[in-house]
Design a protein around this ligand. Structure first.
Ligand SMILES: Nc1ncnc2c1ncn2[C@@H]1O[C@H](COP(=O)(O)OP(=O)(O)OP(=O)(O)O)[C@@H](O)[C@H]1O
Ligand SMILES: [Mg+2]
Length: 324
């Protein structure tokens, strides 16, 4: 089981999202109602976020396609509204299943921003929680805890990681049930201003839904996050390094490919998260390597390049090579 830090506070405030209370200055003429999909996307700037999601995230083709579909529905709703057609608020609660490090939290943050830009939620922040943030230890503690979290998340996305821990069938009097019931109510009644995303391993989530049909019926979108292929992981590594002004030289690239082939077979492999951790350690080793020669004037290339030695010093290479 993984342990996480409880995170009930709005973790991510998204750049570019205007504060909800800022009214437009009175002198600016109101934008004409949008007439085309392109106009809706341009006015809302949701198109830019979707393109950025495409560019910034490696792989995840089915996930990206689903997000485009959801955005399309919301954009068409806006067009219908602009010509006076009533549109029922669609249910946007989602379930993200997949192994650790497959991008669930990252995608949830982007979705929060897209929903905000399309005017679906007021603020577009993401509040990430686990069971401990919602469920109390003693009688009477759960309802206030859950309600407090819901209050913080209102106007944005509530992301419940490993949501199945809310339900403990082995314990008849588990307070998790109380949290689930409050969630169900709010998911139904306030769905125009709060999107709930449940996340976790697929099999456990399935079992959770079997025992909680009310929850299943409120989730409109089930999105599966596949494990990354080694090629995807390598591209993710390049993107992460680029963002920090580092690069792998040719030897390091080959070493990292080998590293991944070994690491994938080891316990606790966590997809892109393991890549991030491996690169963090490689940067430490690079720094120590440069540190060892205090009198040398390092060039920009030296300071930005990770070499094969920085990768191969990993513990992962100490084990026997993978069979086959
Ligand atoms: N497709 C991707 N392209 C680029 N970076 C990615 C991709 N997927 C994940 N990452 C990066 O990998 C790290 C882990 O991703 P994230 O936290 O979203 O995964 P997760 O599925 O929520 O994992 P966990 O279940 O462990 O919480 C983040 O730093 C994220 O930016
Ligand atoms: Mg996560």
């Amino acid at each position: 089981m993984r342990h996480r830090v409880a995170m009930a506070s709005p973790l991510y405030s998204l750049p570019g999202a205007p504060a909800p209370e800022t009214a437009a200055p009175a002198t600016v003429p109101a934008a004409a109602p949008p007439r085309t999909i392109g106009e809706v996307l341009a006015q809302s700037q949701a198109g830019a976020v979707i393109d950025e999601l495409d560019a910034a995230l490696v792989g995840l083709a089915p996930v990206k396609a689903r997000i485009r579909d959801i955005a399309a529905l919301l954009v068409v709703d806006r067009l219908r509204l602009a010509i006076g057609l009533e549109a029922q608020t669609p249910s946007l609660h989602m379930c993200f299943t997949g192994n650790p490090g497959t991008g669930k939290t990252t995608v949830a943050m982007r979705i929060a921003e897209i929903l905000h830009r399309l005017g679906y939620v007021r603020k577009g922040h993401l509040v990430a929680v686990t069971r401990d943030d919602l469920v109390g230890q003693y009688i009477g503690h759960t309802a206030p805890k859950t309600k407090e979290v819901l209050k913080k998340a209102m106007g944005g996305v509530l992301f419940i990681d490993e949501a199945y821990y809310l339900y403990r069938p082995e314990n008849e009097r588990d307070y998790g049930q109380e949290a689930i019931e409050i969630l169900l109510q709010v998911m139904e009644n306030q769905r125009d201003d709060l999107v709930v995303i449940l996340a976790g391993y697929r099999e456990r989530m399935e079992a959770f839904f079997r025992s909680n049909p009310g929850m299943r019926s409120r989730i409109a979108h089930h999105i599966d996050f596949p494990d990354y292929e080694p090629g995807d992981l390598l591209r993710i590594a390049s993107l992460m390094l680029e963002a920090q002004h580092y690069r792998l030289d040719d030897g390091a690239r080959a070493a990292f490919e080998e590293y991944l082939a070994r690491r994938i077979r080891q316990p606790h492999f966590a997809n892109a998260r393991s890549v991030r951790n491996a690169l963090d350690r490689a940067r430490l080793r690079q720094a120590s390597r440069l540190f060892a020669e205090p009198d040398r004037a390092w060039t920009a290339a030296d300071l930005t390049t990770i070499t094969a030695a920085d990768i191969r010093a990993s513990r992962v290479f100490a084990d026997p090579p993978p069979a086959g």
